[in-house]
Design a binder for this molecule. Structure first.
Ligand code: FAD
Length: 487
């Protein structure tokens, strides 16, 4: 077969692997000389204020592995640092490319950037190919019979499953990659972390090791546990979920490999896990079709919520010092490891919004700063779900009781004691509500409430009533506003 283009460039972004990489495979088929690049985009990384940001370490490690894989096949990965649109234009001119290949992205910033790159290269007569890679179903592939995007999960899921059944999900991971067209134009150095403005070392060990090889071994490890996923996934102390979210975020693993694992058997575990992958696609679709959700409530009516936004409460939540052990354990897990178990993401998010009456956007931003797996679509979807402002969200009158959630999902307090070490001697009877201990108990269990561990910042049942009122008032206000708008 004659290749269509002489020089082509593959731009790696959130697809940091060679296995089943759509843009790379297509470029190798269509280009005589295939160059590869990755840009540390200053438009994004300038907002990362922590010099030990875990994501940068993860990306850096993954890019280093990708570079060595590409080099081992006779090519080179050009790694640059600057504004992505400018860097890609410069490289395209320098390497005299005819076509650019990359995996498409669905976040508002990325779409704008990719449009800019596409326009500037097209003007120069170069072809640009944007390929679907990071999701199973993208953009308009799953739409309601009326041709509108779904805003409720179950019908979306049913339509998604129907669509998947009628499609072949290509298993390009099995294809033997023909590397002979990889181009080499001299060695290119990898910038160091300090070159990028970050510290060389993390504080402590990363929760997830970077790179494609680590992603493959984590996937293999989870494949031995997936049968039990349904029964065990809600218990943070078991750590029995896949822990693949960071790999998915940066594409060190292929979503199609995950889909194949999820559909390889029909145990309850496999089905439940497939559901989660569909939630992921669903939130991508919501963000793509309703980009206003990044600043506003999906259900506009809840833009009327009057949060009190008490800074002291917010600080207590961020630092894991609310006096509610399960909330504090979740927040400390996040602060210490860059990860939080899904059950605790729901509990801590609900607590911030409905017990502390802090705007969900504050919590969303905090998670965005701290989570290594931060993904705009899933994070925004999760926060709006917990705040009852989102599509198909938790109803506003359902308010998690933190002590009951704690008893149900961490009955013996194993997880709590791992992160809230002040409570390590407190027995099961008090572990979910330590403020119920009398002074004698507190002394006996080496935990003075108010000194070693805080009193609860708020009273859950009082805040529950107050939040129900806050939501009721928002709904009433919207009805009044609607009336005024009509007149
Ligand atoms: C408030 C809140 C914020 C969240 N923020 C993020 C985020 O920034 N990034 C992120 O990847 N997930 C987010 N989630 C979803 C979920 O908590 C994580 O995906 C999950 O905990 C990651 O662990 P895992 O890989 O072991 O998941 P598993 O249980 O093994 O699930 C497999 C994969 O499915 C996807 N997934 C699972 N649950 C969801 C979900 N509810 N929504 C969308 N995708 C899902 C993830 O890609 C995950 O890796 C958030 C949830 C909530 C409630």
């Amino acid at each position: 077969m004659v290749n269509k283009y002489k020089n082509v460039l593959v731009w790696f972004r959130r697809d940091l692997r060679v296995r089943d990489n759509r843009a790379l495979l297509q470029a190798l088929k269509e280009g005589d000389r295939v160059f590869c690049c990755f840009v540390f985009d200053t438009n994004i990384i300038k907002y990362l204020s922590d010099p030990r940001d875990r994501r940068i370490h993860y990306i850096w490690g993954s890019v280093a592995e990708l570079k060595s894989r590409i080099c081992s096949h006779g090519g080179e990965l050009y790694v640059t640092h600057g504004k992505a649109e400018q860097e890609i234009l410069n490289l395209s001119l320098k390497l005299d490319i005819d076509a650019l290949f990359f995996a498409e992205d669905y976040e508002p910033y990325a779409i704008k950037r990719d449009d800019m790159v596409t326009q500037s290269l097209t003007k120069l007569g170069k072809k640009v190919f944007r390929l679907k890679d990071q999701v199973i179903m993208a953009k308009d592939e799953v739409m309601s019979p009326k041709g509108t995007p779904y805003s409720v999960y179950t019908p979306y899921k049913n339509a998604w499953l129907k669509k998947v059944a009628s499609k072949v999900i290509p298993d390009t991971g099995k294809e033997k990659i023909d590397w002979k067209n990889l181009a080499f134009d001299g060695k290119s150095a990898m910038p160091t972390l300090p070159d990028l403005g970050f510290a060389e070392f993390l504080n402590g060990k990363p929760a997830v090791q970077p790179g494609e090889s680590s992603a493959q071994s984590d996937l293999l490890h989870f494949s031995t546990k997936i049968d039990q996923y349904e029964e065990t996934r809600n218990y943070p102390f078991l750590d029995n979920t896949s822990r693949l979210s960071v790999h998915l975020r940066f594409g060190t693993v292929s979503i199609r490999d995950l889909f194949r694992l999820a559909t390889s058997k029909s145990t309850l575990g496999h089905k439940a896990w497939l559901n989660e992958l569909i939630w992921r696609d669903f939130y991508f679709s919501i963000l793509f079709h309703f980009p206003y959700v990044t600043d506003r409530s999906f259900k506009i009516i809840y833009d009327q919520l009057e949060f009190t936004n008490n800074q002291t409460y917010f600080d207590a939540w961020c630092t894991g010092k609310t006096g509610y052990p399960i909330v504090d354990a979740g927040m400390r897990q996040l602060n210490e490891t860059g990860y939080m178990h899904n059950r605790l993401r729901m509990v801590t998010a609900s607590f911030l919004v409905k017990d502390l009456q802090v705007d969900w956007r504050w919590g969303e931003q905090y998670f965005a700063d701290k989570l290594t797996d931060f993904d705009l679509s899933a994070n925004n979807g999760g926060w709006q779900w917990a705040a009852s402002t989102g599509c198909d969200a938790q109803p506003y009158f359902r308010i998690f009781n933190p002590s009951l959630q704690s008893k149900r999902f961490d009955g013996e307090g194993t997880f709590i004691k791992k992160y809230v070490t002040e409570l390590s001697k407190v027995p099961m009877k008090f572990i979910h509500s330590p403020w119920l201990m009398d002074l004698q108990n507190q002394k006996q269990y080496s935990c003075l409430i108010g000194t070693d561990y805080p009193y609860p910042v708020v009273d859950h049942s009082e805040m529950r009533d107050s939040s129900l009122l806050m939501y009721k008032q928002a709904r009433e206000k919207e009805v009044i506003n609607r009336g005024t708008r009509k007149r």
